[in-house]
Ligand binder design. Structure first.
Ligand code: 13P
Length: 258
């Protein structure tokens, strides 16, 4: 299988932006920008805050924009104040959930073990996963990017069977490139996405590795998306800042057409 046969996936991670009213307006603006375009070559996802899920879903109806949450708890239910379960997300109608984003790891004590537990909870509830991995600047400078990203991929996927991998997208997000305007070069993105695919091949065999969508995330924008997405192992993007503006987000979707 080659890149052309993998699903291109362009996903916005809105982070803690957009109230329900804002979500409606942004989805409507994206729909207007997409009007008349054939976007069947890629999957389009908006990763929205919990409280904006209902509004985003309603606004996206009739379009091919799918809605994602940005976190999930690993337990089915119980005394976990402030958390949201898989069943709750499923009921709210999301199709995807972003798990293990570096901001969760950095600010909320997320570890590879809790990421792994959350991935299992998502799959158990019939949700698809965008699993984020990536090194921090010190790790890149120490030359241990390969080790870090390989370890994250292995631990985050521990106990996940091969047949579930069709429900998992991996997002390579170098932490030093997130929200900094400092994008990885296309070659850097390609190198690490290829490393991740190599880890998947070891874990699950070549067929699963070749079929898995691997995104790049980190200051991807309308100007640099085409070059990043031209790389053999970069199958899509997970976009923060540029996903908050409909024209920019749609330019990135356009760039995935190649
Ligand atoms: P930016 O595109 O704002 O750098 O954010 C990337 C990201 O964290 C997506 O999950």
């Amino acid at each position: 299988m080659d890149k052309a046969k993998r699903r291109a996936v362009i996903a916005g991670n809105w982070k803690m932006n957009n109230t329900a009213a804002d979500a409606t307006a942004l989805i409507n603006a994206i729909k207007a920008e997409l009007a008349g375009k054939d976007t069947s070559y890629c999957e389009i996802i908006a990763g929205v805050p919990f409280t904006s899920i209902a509004a985003a879903k309603a606004a996206a109806e009739g379009s091919n924009i799918k809605i994602s949450a940005q976190n999930i708890h690993w337990a089915e239910k119980g005394a976990f104040t402030g958390e949201i379960s898989g069943a709750m997300l499923k009921e709210a109608g999301v199709e995807y959930v972003i798990i293990g984003h570096s901001e969760r790891r950095q600010y909320f004590g997320e570890t590879d073990n809790t990421v792994n537990a959350r991935v299992k909870a998502a799959l158990a509830n019939g949700l698809k996963v965008i699993l984020c991995v990536g090194e921090v600047l010190e790790q890149r400078e120490q030359g241990i990017t390969e080790e870090i990203v390989s370890m994250q991929t292995k631990v985050d996927l521990l106990g996940i069977p091969a047949e579930e991998m069709k429900n998992i997208i991996i997002a390579y997000e170098p932490v030093w490139a997130i929200g900094t305007g400092k994008t990885a070069t296309a070659d850097q993105a390609e190198e690490v996405c290829a490393i991740i695919r190599g880890v998947l091949a070891k874990l699950y065999g070549a067929d699963v590795a070749e079929a898995t969508t691997i995104q790049y995330g980190g200051s991807m924008n309308a100007g640099n998306a085409a070059e990043l997405l031209s790389k053999k192992n970069v199958d899509g993007g997970l976009i923060g800042g540029a996903s908050l503006k409909a024209p920019d987000f749609v330019k990135i979707i356009d760039a995935a057409a190649q």
